[in-house]
Write a protein of this length. Structure first.
Length: 117
């Protein structure tokens, strides 16, 4: 049974990023269909998979991480307006039965992502 998960790590403060708003979209050409919206928990993870079971379909997706709000609320010094306000991560699911994990390591000035396990 396939699933999509994520977690967010605050690399400037060296901790999980709790409370980050995440919106998942399914893309079809230029069309964007919102699929789910959640926030990270105290461990920087979501309480449930972003997609699971029958909701998993092959295709192109975009996770949108609202990191500007997170760093502002955390009291982390940033530019005004923030250099990174919203971080979109576009990726494809080829195997709907697979486990796709898309972590985000982020600071106010940079980010990194990869396909995790």
């Amino acid at each position: 049974m396939g699933r999509l998960s994520t977690h967010v790590l605050d690399t400037v403060n060296g901790r999980p990023a709790a409370g980050v708003r995440i919106v998942l979209h399914r893309l079809d050409g230029e069309a964007r269909e919102p699929v789910s919206e959640t926030r990270t928990n105290a461990d920087g993870r979501t309480d449930a998979p972003l997609l699971a079971a029958d909701a998993m379909r092959a295709g192109t997706y975009e996770l949108v991480f609202h990191v500007g709000d997170y760093f502002r609320d955390a009291g982390t010094a940033t530019a005004d307006p923030p250099f990174l306000d919203v971080v979109p991560v576009r990726f494809a699911i080829a195997d709907a039965a697979g486990h796709y994990h898309v972590p985000l390591l982020v600071s106010p000035w940079s980010y990194s992502t990869y396909r995790g396990s």
